[in-house]
Design a protein around this ligand. Structure first.
Ligand code: ASP
Length: 344
């Protein structure tokens, strides 16, 4: 008799507990994986799909309601600028149409990940987190760290503290800003570093921790609208090295470059006949941005070679190229372009 009374009580308690758990699961943010390829999915027997990747991280369900879509499945360096534009438009569309979407995780090959991440940082106009993630070891290798990185990316994308921080790059337990991070080693797992800026935060076993914010303009505060951009203008990067010739610069201009980024030696030095090439470029109305090949340090704007040289500030040459493409798609005014290099 006593026993019989207990059964319905226990059953209703279980129902209450189960529905509490379900309610909690429903309260978790929706986080969508948009997979583009890279080593993280490059399995020897065939590339892993977005759904395969999600299957590797059942624990993502503890922090988010995960879902997935396939954008492409190629190496990062194989992606075209047209695909970059399409990807950015897709992320903007997801945020614009899905108000209950909490954040997005993008997988990418690591080789040019920093370029894609900075492009998204400048063109996805929403404060919700976008986390770019990859891996150095492929899924067929012992010590594949892709699943761990992916789970960490979901944890960051689901974290309320990641909101408004711009596009984040998560690998190897560290959170870096898309603006600052660079691949510093061809093979090591700790390859992604922000050099002088340092990490934004860490992904520890117990929680995601941010130590600082991003001051420069990005995402929700960006002026770059790719919704109507048919293509990005040609911008080439030219390296300064001993006795480097100016004819390569002239060739880039004659082949249609609308902008040039010069990775100068030290704090602005050029070599060989490069000054002739740069004077030619400026005469032809090509926008020239000076950066440094050293890996860190800032280059201010100046007047040289008979024209205005835009200062690339502390941006790495490949990132200055990303900003210059977007700047030139928007304006030709050198003062405005210099302002953009100061603000972004
Ligand atoms: N080749 C690869 C890529 O960038 C390397 C990687 O994913 O780490 O797609």
């Amino acid at each position: 008799m006593r026993h019989a009374r207990l059964v319905p009580a226990v059953a209703s308690l279980l129902i209450v507990l189960a529905s509490a758990e379900m309610a909690a699961a429903q309260d978790l943010p929706r986080v969508r994986l948009v997979a583009t390829g890279g080593t993280i999915s490059n399995h020897a027997g065939g590339r892993l799909t977005a759904d395969d990747l999600l299957g590797l991280i059942p624990d993502a369900r503890r922090v988010a309601r995960p879902e997935a879509e396939q954008f492409s499945n190629v190496s990062s360096s194989e992606l075209t600028l047209a695909q970059w534009l399409a990807l950015s438009r897709r992320l903007n569309e997801l945020f614009a149409t899905q108000h209950d979407l909490g954040g997005i995780v993008v997988t990418s090959g690591t080789d040019t990940l920093e370029e894609l991440a900075y492009f998204l940082h400048l063109t996805v106009r929403d404060a919700r987190p976008v986390v770019v993630v990859g891996s150095m070891r492929n899924p067929s290798s012992v010590g594949y760290e892709g699943a761990a990185n992916l789970l960490e990316a979901f944890r960051v994308a689901a974290s309320p503290d990641a909101r408004g921080q711009g596009v984040l790059v998560v690998l190897n337990d560290e959170i870096n800003s898309a603006r600052e991070v660079t691949k510093t080693d061809a093979l090591r797992l700790q390859t992604f570093q922000s050099r002088t800026a340092g990490v934004l935060g860490v992904v520890d076993p117990d929680r995601v921790v941010f130590y600082r914010g991003v001051v420069k303009r990005h995402t929700a505060r960006s002026e770059f609208d790719v919704s109507q951009m048919a293509a990005l203008p040609r911008v080439d990067v030219l390296l300064v090295y001993q006795d480097a010739p100016g004819d390569l610069i002239k060739a880039a201009v004659d082949l249609g470059a609308r902008g040039l980024v010069v990775a100068t030696a030290g704090a602005g030095a050029t070599s060989g006949t490069q000054s002739d090439g740069l004077a030619y470029a400026l005469r032809k109305g090509v926008t020239v941005v000076a950066t440094t090949r050293t890996g860190s340090g800032r280059i201010p704007g100046t007047r040289r070679f008979g024209g205005a040289l835009i200062g690339g500030e502390d941006l790495a040459p490949v990132k200055a190229r990303v900003l210059l493409m977007l700047a030139l798609a928007t304006t030709k005014n050198p003062a405005d372009i210099q302002r953009m290099f100061l603000e972004y």
